[in-house]
Write a protein that binds this ligand. Sequence first.
Ligand code: B12
Length: 263
Amino acid sequence: MPEQWQAAVAAVRTALEPYGMTIVQPFCLGWYNAAVDIRFQLDRPRGDADGEATASDGRDSSRTLGILVGNTSAMWTPFLRFVRSQPAGWLAAHPDPLDAWTQTVAMADAATAVRTQLHLPHHSVAVRYPFETGTRMVGFQACAHAAGLAFLHRGCGLCVHADFGPWFAMRAVVLVDIAGPAGPPPVLRDPVPPSEGGRLAARVQDLIARPASTPYDWRPWLQLRDDLAAATGTTAHRYPDDMVEYHYSKNRAVIERAVAAME
Ligand code: B12
């Protein structure tokens, strides 16, 4: 008989599989909270007067379940299919179409799946996103590291996954008001060979020190990620070219072009 937290993880995994959000990593909030400044710490969800999930009531939340959701290149085609299925003007109406799809479609499904399959009240499940700021900001890289998903390579400023290398991103954290996995936080090994890691970190410092160009030139940052993938033997997981270009440029014309080129 799976534990309750395992059932929650399974519900999220099944709900998100059609969206190509195939990275689903459970953790206890305490593991993450121990790694970040108090401003970014997470609490168990609870309901406010409207039944909306809000910050905690102050009860200890260190064992509360968090589920970190991420994507690999597998997300791009389901996303493009969604955009193609939308009425004309949808793309133009959404400044960040990927975030909109993630929030209102994929994660809405995932949260509903957890609530219904575990018979939890609405306010027991809340979702946080990498694009949120202020009091809702979550340090997703610290989260990925603390959850045991991917090593945070501080020199490169990227988390590196054992299988996917740097070719993955975070989409959300689901907070569920039940107990998470027992035991201590996982310990990760740095997958980047030390000599390569040092060289790449020096390049990051060099890029940061360069005067900003107009328009912003993201290609040196992409080269860095490619080289980090080469150093970890994970180049096979590179995003498709359109996906790379959209992520770095946030240019919606790239999505339009990719949708038009679909079979
Ligand atoms: C702001 C931001 C940027 C800024 C960075 C400016 C700056 N230096 O502040 C800009 C616009 C330049 C940028 C660029 C990119 N970004 Co960015 N960015 C973010 C964002 C929104 C916030 C980052 C932040 O301010 N973190 C600060 C603190 C609060 O969080 P933190 O990073 O976890 O920091 C904590 C940890 O570092 C911890 N810590 C420090 N050391 C250690 C060590 C250990 C062992 C542990 C456990 C913790 C720890 O302490 C910190 C404070 O609590 C995050 C999303 C998010 N909400 O996390 C994405 C994010 C970091 N970006 C991401 C990506 C992919 C990129 C790009 C590659 C472009 C892109 N969007 O595809 C580029 C290039 C970066 C590169 N190095 O090559 C991904 C990283 C994925 C990964 N594999 O690591 C994130 C997580 C977004 C996502 N949806 O997945 N980004």
